[in-house]
Design a protein around this ligand. Structure first.
Ligand SMILES: [Zn+2]
Length: 258
């Protein structure tokens, strides 16, 4: 041991970022297999490079779960898969949409809608619980600097790219007859590349005025590269195809061809 090192405690020799501390607690080489907030509990699957993060946030979107699970067997990145199999998750004796937990205002709106019978006190308890745990979850889900977060979703008849067009900054519709399959991204560089794909893509880059508590809004606020990948529930082949296209073509990927 050098004289310089001898004077230090072993702990100070280990460089620990604030992000790591927030995400993983005090023990930097302990990497948990789960992270949760209220009833939203995510299984963490790690495979090589940490630059790409993938997320399944709605537990009833089983096609996306199947696609992401399969994709992680052959591609590098870190995936977070919610363990519940319903869209909403439990909180206290009520429920919340997990993709509305990422701001206090968004959480309150979701809680009000789903738990009409709650008292003001129940609402405060739930909001406080979310406020205390939110940043820890966010720190785990967001990728390292310049990394990319990809969230996989499945939709039904009610939702398509047509709902996003009016609030988007740029739009490329290569497949207008198939509006349920599309990318939604927050980074203009990613948009430029995705617009070269044979698929639909919208860019939502502006910092949004309202905050619905979704992760895409939070990513836009923090300048994080984020892509939503939407297809109809049941359309696994198409979702896997689009995910592979994205992984191969966007910067920072691992370039695994199958
Ligand atoms: Zn969803």
């Amino acid at each position: 041991m050098s004289r310089a090192a001898a004077g230090r405690s072993p702990l100070t020799a280990v460089s620990v970022s604030r992000r790591q501390l927030l995400a993983f607690g005090w023990f930097p080489f302990f990497r948990p297999k789960h992270i949760s907030l209220a009833g939203a509990r995510f299984r963490i699957v790690r495979n090589g490079s940490p630059k790409r993060h993938y997320l399944l946030i709605h537990g009833d979107e089983e096609t996306a779960r199947q696609v992401l699970t399969r994709f992680m067997e052959t591609h590098e990145g870190t995936a977070f898969l919610i363990e519940t199999h319903t869209r909403n998750v439990g909180i206290d004796k009520g429920e919340i949409d997990p993709n509305r937990m990422f701001s206090r205002a968004g959480a309150e709106a979701s809680l009000k809608m789903l738990n009409a019978e709650w008292t003001a006190q129940q609402m405060q308890i739930a909001l406080t619980l979310l406020d205390r745990g939110r940043e820890r979850l966010v720190s785990a889900l967001l990728p390292p600097r310049k990394g990319l977060l990809v969230a996989l979703h499945n939709n039904s008849e009610e939702y398509s790219v047509n709902d996003e067009i009016p609030i988007s900054d740029s739009v490329s519709l290569r497949e207008p007859a198939n509006p349920h399959a599309f990318f939604l991204c927050t980074d203009p560089g990613d948009f430029a590349m995705l617009a070269k794909s044979p698929y639909n893509v919208v860019l939502q880059q502006k910092k949004p005025e309202g905050d619905d508590g979704s992760l895409s809004r939070l990513a836009a606020h923090r300048g994080v590269r984020y892509v939503n990948l939407e297809v109809r529930q049941g359309n696994a082949d198409r979702q896997l195809e689009m995910l592979r296209w994205l992984d191969w073509n966007l910067p920072g990927g691992t370039g695994v061809r199958e």
